[in-house]
Design a protein around this ligand. Structure first.
Ligand code: ZN
Length: 350
């Protein structure tokens, strides 16, 4: 009934707030921890525990722990209290309450404070127990099994002007599960936003883990690429689609500003043709309505003498940016972008 092997429920009481269970272990024989001589049951001592909730009810456990007495007269141990998996000595939470809270933190959108309220314990009490459980889970080598695609990204932990250790490097499992869905599982966080931080993490893993990585995704930061080159030389490096689109869009904006400067010798403002179409330039041509298409054509036409460089940029980049965005949305690229490119309005020759 209790669900913990070797523990039986003697009594269950229900009140408005929840359940109170009185339990005992079924252990009848015990040897002295010091000398190994058979010990005799001596007494019972009550250990009160907070257990994992049952539905919405809080559960309290009164564990009637046995006190044993050593029979060996020469042994310095006189009596000792029984130990069991149910809870560590002097703990306030049962082991399964800590497991329940750690599972909830791992899988649900919740906080330590919310879980501490559910368990009716102080925040620090739960956090101290969770730290031990988290360390145990982090050290489990099975945690990194089956990671074939590894992602890395940087993150600023606590935005603000002061404080140390704000920048972290995050490692993410981007492998696909049996249904083809990306797992997107956070594997680890290490201090520092640098190539060496990532390389140190990779080098600290088991060789079997590094050998199983087929693809390594990264942002355009050079340091991470260096770490991959040195520590995962066999993995295929993949630039994240988000960054590819971002870089493409950046270049497009730079070309637009350059043409603007070359033509009018000042930065663009509200009434300039190029400035008016700065948003339209970023769209795939096939997504534009006829009206938008006409606006784009009007914005690109009428330049006195665009240089060859500017002209090439203006023709190619809308198609490229649109293409990138499509690749990001669909797993299989289409030729729609190239068809769109052909429909671009003609520009005057330089
Ligand atoms: Zn003894």
């Amino acid at each position: 009934m209790f669900g913990v092997p070797g523990v039986r429920v003697l009594a269950a009481e229900r009140d408005a707030a929840g359940l109170e269970l009185t339990v005992e272990t079924d252990q009848t024989l015990e040897g002295c921890r010091r000398c190994g001589v058979l010990a005799l049951p001596h007494d019972r001592r009550e250990h009160r525990l907070h257990d994992a909730p049952f539905g919405h009810r809080r559960v309290r456990v009164r564990w009637r722990k046995r006190v044993w007495r050593c029979l060996e007269p020469a042994c310095p141990v006189v009596t000792f209290t029984e130990a069991h998996e149910l809870a560590p000595p002097r703990a306030l939470l049962t082991r399964r309450a800590v497991t329940w809270a750690a599972d909830a933190l791992q899988d649900d959108d919740t906080t330590v404070a919310a879980l501490a309220r559910r368990l009716d314990v102080d925040w620090h009490t739960l956090w101290d127990a969770l730290k031990i459980e988290a360390r145990r889970r982090a050290d489990d080598p099975q945690r990194l099994a089956g990671v074939e695609s590894l992602g890395v990204d940087e993150h600023v932990w606590r935005p603000g002007k002061f404080g140390q250790g704000r920048e972290v490097t995050c490692m993410v499992d981007l492998s696909r599960d049996a249904n083809g869905h990306v797992r997107a599982r956070l594997l680890d966080l290490v201090l520092g936003r640098s190539g060496p931080a990532y390389a140190r993490w990779l080098d600290a893993r088991q060789p079997a883990f590094r050998a199983q990585i087929k693809h390594a995704a990264l942002d355009p930061f050079r340091g991470y690429a260096n770490a991959l080159r040195d520590s995962l030389p066999d993995a295929v490096q993949v630039l994240e689609a988000f960054h590819v689109v971002k870089l493409g869009t950046q270049v497009l904006d730079e070309v637009r500003r350059r043409v603007q400067q070359e033509q009018l010798h000042r930065r663009g403002h509200r009434d300039d043709p190029l400035y008016k179409i700065r948003g339209l330039l970023r769209h795939g041509l096939e997504h534009l309505s006829e009206r938008q298409h006409a606006r784009l054509a009007a914005g690109l036409a009428g330049w006195r003498r665009p240089t060859r460089r500017s002209r090439a940029g203006l023709v190619l980049l809308p198609a490229v940016a649109g293409d990138l965005r499509r690749h990001r949305q669909r797993p299989r690229p289409t030729v729609a972008g190239r068809e769109g490119h052909r429909q671009l309005p003609d520009l005057p020759d330089p």
